[in-house]
Design a protein around this ligand. Sequence first.
Ligand code: IMP
Length: 432
Amino acid sequence: MKKNIVILGTQWGDEGKGKIVDCLTSDGSYVVRYQGGHNAGHTLVVNEKKIILHLVPSGLLHNNVTGIIANGVVVSPLELIKEIKMLEENNVFTRKRLFISNSAPLILQYHIEMDIAREKRLGINLLGTTGRGIGPAYEDKIARRALRVGDLKNEKVLSSRLEKIVEYYNHQLVSFYKHKSIDYKIILKDLLPIIDIIHDMIQDTTYILHNAIKDNKKIIFEGAQGTFLDIDHGSYPYVTSSNSTIGGVMTGTGIGPKNLDYIIGVTKAYSTRVGYGPFPTELFDDIDKHFFKKGHEFGSTTGRKRRTGWLDAVSLCRAVKINSLSSLCITKLDVLDGLKEIKICTSYQNSQTLNPTSFLENNDWDSIKPVYETYPGWTKKTLGINKIKDLPYEARNYINRIEEITQVPIDIISTGPDRSDIILVRDLFYMK
Ligand code: IMP
């Protein structure tokens, strides 16, 4: 019996993890966010209604599920309240079943202003961040000056620390970035009513999780972003500021590796990326238009158009190894419906090395050219198919080839945006 499952992205985020988390979560489970912040955007379609979550774990849409925002997450209290209230408007009540680590660093207005000011100053060399203050908030954590969720419980200490840190930020914002200044009193005023609401949710989430393990509960660890946005293993500096690979689960929760039973890597049937940075299989032709239109490829957090390309199996194999994946989940297979041919990048070429093992091998990213295998496409619709045997032969062929190249089984195939558009290839543990 696989109890504790990690679901993480193998590409540049937006792989459709939220839907898979939602699907694997059953009543009584725990669902844990362990890294990132409200830069994530998990889109779920429930009863034809679209719900986008940025910070609250996706699995919480099920009643009787306990949600944890663990210590590795950077938490914006304003966003948290916004989502709690939005869920309540949709009849999902979370206040008694969502816990937030007291050691998670806070994201406050000065982080957002700093993120925006820095991007502006970088001009054409900008990173293309989500502008949510993620980088500056993680910097504060590493520099040991962060205000953390637990600090919200003591108004006096909060106020005096806030005043000092805002002074530190204002100096940089105004003098160096020629940006507007921040008033700590406004931040405090906005925070106080929120603190009342979340006071009892602030807990030692590591202890809660240890107890959940002791009590034999099922735990889903919900990754945000993807392997190649990881601060250590991604396309630096075009990355986010957390470990979106497997290590982030342990440092971001306080759970040891022996407590992880199964690691699922989610990958789109093609590739997308938002923001800047290398993307070896990127397309600029009619196929890009097809992916964009059919896959609705614009960011759920920023609304930006996503860049699109063929599946990059070289990178996928690297993601399998970095994350010790047990299996893969392929999403958005239906977006490939109607294409004449489908390509998979199985190696790269560049001027220096004939066969680079990764596009990350050196910084000469533009010289990396993908080498493709080409397969026939299919005309029949895969949208909404629930059984692997009902897929067109060519689609099964494509799936089989991905398994062959990556040497890991494909457990789940998502065939559309709705909860029910899914193929459970293997009868996995406690799926509904
Ligand atoms: P940041 O995380 O806002 O600092 O942005 C850094 C990079 O990560 C940018 O290229 C963003 O577009 C990208 N990014 C951050 N979060 C996500 C996500 O959830 N999906 C896709 N890209 C993301």
